[in-house]
Design a protein around this ligand. Structure first.
Ligand code: FAD
Length: 469
């Protein structure tokens, strides 16, 4: 590997705007969002076209240079941070941020991988369409990163995750060849569905350069409620009730715990809308593309029936867009309060929806037994069976000893996940953070198959080394 010669060749190929090496230009790309992982790189490549990206990857193959694809660097598993060797080149797609086409007849949008997620949402809205992928990092994450992590977010219940929203991909393979699978077809059974390999692969199999995504009719009305659950066991019951009553137009069903609401108030001064702080609250949102369907009435009726059935206690429906914003700010406040409370061991787990109450009881009791001073913050996309089952350090204490407990805490939580037939990553991916746990808990046949796919596409093991596998 001749790094200096590679740098010279990459600079000649991409020019000074397309290949950066100054430490101050590289530095934001060398640490992950949470500040857990740090790395070094021989350069930051910013290709401006698919042809440039392909030529760059060919160059890396020639020189044996590892490639770390990076988008908005908002990932939560350390998957976009290079290792400390300084051998790798980081490839960021931010200069490839064009919307190439939007077709309202076919309901598709063709975007380059460096498009910021919110820009795609806005382009869809301008055409009276909806691109439903939505998450708190949407103002800075790139669609390439969303696809590489198979991102989920707050609308998965109705529309599925990034995988479900994708029709086609364009990918530069590790040898520099371009897989043009940018179909706009809604149906295509002509052989293996190759795009699926790259969605959720966390940049280990190739560099995504463009995608064709599905669009949906824009929402014409929505209704949002915050309710106090009488018992966590009622969550799956209420979910079924609300889905049926709204003609399956439920888009979000988010669990907010008392501790999370308290943190949102403490750090951001957010007012508590319910009279009493409940042990568990649900933020429920339904939305419809039909101006004739009274979605607010449908949700209100369902919640009235739930109240009578004893599934919920207190509750309120947002009466204005600003009230709706206040409710969602509570949800975001929980996410954003976490770093302010010190060390937090995050678990992005999924279990079958019906199994959530039992999982929370079992894993919660085990954590309380072994780590009595630590604080469980369990919130998230309960309608998808996806919880952020996070353990915060004891209040006000020194974080360092708690940080060192990560392997034991992770194992405890993940063993309960496995016992409840769940997954150790519902949406944030494996990256560096969960690699050891993947090896411990994934079936040997699944791991062997993953390794065979990796070896077939990237025999030199140069794409995002040290991640996932
Ligand atoms: P990066 O972090 O830059 O990269 C992530 C991975 O994708 C890495 O493996 C990288 O190598 C790979 N990658 C990036 N671009 C490409 C490309 N062009 N080709 C191939 N590989 C590539 N996630 C959810 O699923 N749901 C949520 O609700 C959610 N909420 C979040 C809230 C906050 C505040 C934050 C900070 C993150 C949240 N995330 C959530 C994490 C989520 O994974 C990322 O926000 C997003 O999907 C990653 O996009 P990115 O562009 O930042 O990718």
């Amino acid at each position: 590997m001749d790094s200096a010669a590679f740098r010279q060749a990459a600079l000649a190929l991409l020019g000074p705007k397309g290949f950066l090496t100054a430490p101050e230009e590289l530095s934001p790309s060398l640490t992950d969002w949470r500040g857990l992982y740090h790395g070094k790189a021989c350069g930051l490549a910013l290709p401006a076209s698919t042809a440039e990206a392909a030529a760059l990857v060919k160059l890396t193959a020639e020189f044996g240079i590892p490639v770390v694809p990076q988008g908005g660097n908002t990932g939560l598993s350390g998957a976009a941070t290079p290792d400390m060797s300084g051998d790798a080149v980081i490839v960021n797609m931010r200069r490839m941020n064009r919307i190439r086409a939007l077709d309202t007849a076919n309901d598709t949008i063709l975007v380059e991988a460096g498009c910021i997620l919110s820009a795609i949402q806005e382009a869809a809205a301008a055409a009276d369409r909806l691109f439903p992928l939505s998450l708190t990092a949407e103002g800075s994450c790139q669609i390439g990163g969303n696809l590489a992590t198979n991102a989920g977010g707050i609308n998965v219940l109705k529309f599925g995750n990034a995988r479900a929203l994708t029709l086609g991909l364009e990918v530069v393979l590790p040898d520099g060849s371009v897989l043009d699978a940018l179909t706009t077809l809604h149906k295509d059974n002509s052989g293996y569905d190759l795009k699926q390999l790259f969605i959720g692969a966390e940049g280990t199999l190739g560099l995504i350069t463009a995608a064709t995504l599905k669009l949906f009719p824009a929402f014409k009305a929505r209704s949002t409620a915050l309710v106090a659950l009488s018992d966590l066991a009622q969550a799956p019951v209420l979910l079924g009730r609300c889905r049926a009553a709204t003609a399956d137009q439920l888009i979000s069903f988010e669990l907010l715990p008392r501790f999370g609401l308290e943190l949102a108030q403490k750090h951001f001064g957010l007012r508590q809308p319910l009279e009493q702080l409940p042990a568990w609250a649900l933020l429920i949102e339904a939305a419809t593309p039909s101006a004739d369907f009274d979605i607010a009435l449908a949700l209100e009726r369902a919640l009235g029936e739930a109240l009578e059935a004893g599934e919920i206690g207190d509750g309120l429906l947002a009466e204005s867009e600003s009230q709706r914003g206040d409710l969602w700010r509570l949800r975001e406040g929980i996410v954003n309060a976490q770093p302010r409370e010190g060390v937090c061991h995050k678990h992005d787990i999924a279990v079958p929806v019906a199994g959530i109450p039992a999982f929370v009881a079992d894993a919660g009791a085990a954590l309380a037994r072994d780590y009595p001073a630590a604080r469980l913050l369990c919130f998230g996309h309960v309608g998808d069976g996806n919880l952020h089952f996070n353990l915060l350090q004891p209040a006000g204490g020194d974080g360092a000893p708690f940080q060192s407990l990560a392997p034991a805490i992770n194992q405890l939580v993940h063993d309960h996940v496995a016992a409840h037939k769940g997954s150790i990553s519902a949406e944030h991916g494996i990256g560096q953070l969960r690699r050891t746990e993947l090896r411990r808990l994934k079936s040997p046949v699944a791991l062997q198959t993953m390794r065979a796919i990796k070896a077939a596409l990237d025999p030199q093991g140069r794409f995002n080394p040290g991640k996932v596998l």
